[in-house]
Design a protein around this ligand. Structure first.
Ligand code: HEC
Length: 96
């Protein structure tokens, strides 16, 4: 009995490799935003962090506009689909 349950756990581990645990939003963030805002949204050099007060003050509407049109030295990301922006915003809110 014990051997069977060990084998089951082993199979479960193998079925969920680390790469698949990234959410779609995290993938978009790491590809488009992390080089400036940092992997943990902490900011980098002259780029400000993306933190909870900032997200709360912007709200979804302004956040979407910032992503789609850019702001100051931040480039526009108009090429992202609505679904990509949705998952990106979910990721940002979950991380802050
Ligand atoms: C080339 C560097 C760069 C990249 C890439 C970048 N940003 Fe920015 N971001 C900035 C800078 C610089 C600012 C400050 C802009 C300002 O206030 O003038 C900023 C500001 C912001 C703000 C605050 C906007 C506000 O109104 O205060 C948010 C939110 C944000 N970025 C999210 C993102 C997201 C999400 C991505 C990925 C889609 C991203 N950024 C990619 C450089 C970057």
């Amino acid at each position: 009995m014990l051997t069977v349950s060990c084998k089951t756990q082993e199979a479960t581990r193998r079925a969920t490799p680390a790469a698949s645990t990234k959410s779609p939003g995290q993938i978009v963030y790491e590809r488009s935003c992390a080089r400036c805002h940092g992997l943990s949204l902490q900011g980098k050099g002259n780029t400000p962090p993306i933190d909870q007060p900032k997200l709360a003050s912007l709200g979804d509407q302004r956040l979407r506009l910032t992503i789609a049109s850019g702001k100051g030295k931040m480039p526009a990301f108009g090429g992202l689909s609505t679904a990509q922006v949705d998952s990106l915003i979910n990721y940002l809110r979950a991380m802050t």
